[in-house]
Design a binder for this molecule. Sequence first.
Ligand SMILES: NC(=O)c1ccc[n+]([C@@H]2O[C@H](COP(=O)([O-])OP(=O)(O)OC[C@H]3O[C@@H](n4cnc5c(N)ncnc54)[C@H](O)[C@@H]3O)[C@@H](O)[C@H]2O)c1
Length: 347
Amino acid sequence: MNLPSKQAYVPFVSVDNMMKLVLQIGVERVLADLVGEIEDDFRRWPKFDKTPRVASHSDVGVIELMPTSDGETYGFKYVNGHPSNMKKGLQTVTAFGLLADVGTGYPILLTEMTILTALRTAATSAMAAKWLAPKGAKVMALIGNGAQSEFQALAFKAICGIEEIRLYDVDAQATAKCMANLEGRGITLTACKTPQEAIEGAQIITTVTADKQYATILTDNMVGAGVHINAIGGDCPGKTELHRDILLRSSIFVEYPPQTRIEGEIQQMEADHPVTELWQVITGEGQGRKSPTEVTLFDSVGFAIEDFSALRYIHGKLAETGLFEQLDMIADPDDPRDLFGMLLRSA
Ligand SMILES: NC(=O)c1ccc[n+]([C@@H]2O[C@H](COP(=O)([O-])OP(=O)(O)OC[C@H]3O[C@@H](n4cnc5c(N)ncnc54)[C@H](O)[C@@H]3O)[C@@H](O)[C@H]2O)c1
């Protein structure tokens, strides 16, 4: 049998190896590292190819491709969003992704991204809050206690110094699961019976629910002056979490406006409703929070550059951790024009 050439192999990070890698480095360390990587890439935002993600909608969910490139490296993520999956015993969100060398087009990494997406989403949320939340915020309401929730909680603890989390979910079992997973991690946890109870005394409100329809997780009267809202779950046409009146009195921060206007909370607003791009707050070209009484809203939908940063981070950890396998993925004949000959010789 002819052995594949060296270039045929692509490092592959399985779910098993991703879990080992995250636990070896430490969840909070990975979250903090990802904030650094995402912030670095947001600082060089104009360098990237940008496009709203390519979405294929069905009655029950969406499948999306999220590509970007910085001119040297190309990355994409495949991700789905199926709120009805949970009732079938399946996850709402699953993902995998790839990095490639722009110079040759050859892939340099293939990896699971379901866990990595939860990490990068939480890291992006905490990064936004670092720039936008009121100073000295210690209490966060966490509404929606599903797959993403623990990652959000730990990112806000590690990056923003959140000490207390008030949890609410329509399903009390989700809250119990989230609290059990977060036990002993240095956060005071309070289970709440209503969203109103959860937001009591919270300076940050995170909404991370899943419903494939316009939902109203927060109404205007629930949002007090000076609060920062981290809205994660409204990320698809027809799928929002906040009442429109909240948007009318919030300063709204987004990742990539052409995508957020289709998918985010601001799909409820006029096409020219003012927003600030988060990368501009980080570079100093835009202004973040202007006063202690302002309501700031991070209208998160998840953008390809965050996945690119996360892929780059994992790629950078391969040699150090050895937590990958080599996949024989690229057909690479010795004579590049003799693909057919390589096929025949394999018999
Ligand atoms: N913005 C981003 O970058 C990004 C990234 C990943 C996921 N998401 C979105 O985040 C959301 C959560 O994802 P997940 O993987 O945790 O989903 P999940 O299905 O595991 O959890 C969602 C939770 O929301 C709860 N819920 C539903 N309606 C509610 C309501 N009205 N009030 C309170 N709780 C309610 C459910 O009971 C469930 O526990 C999804 O909508 C997903 O599309 C966004």
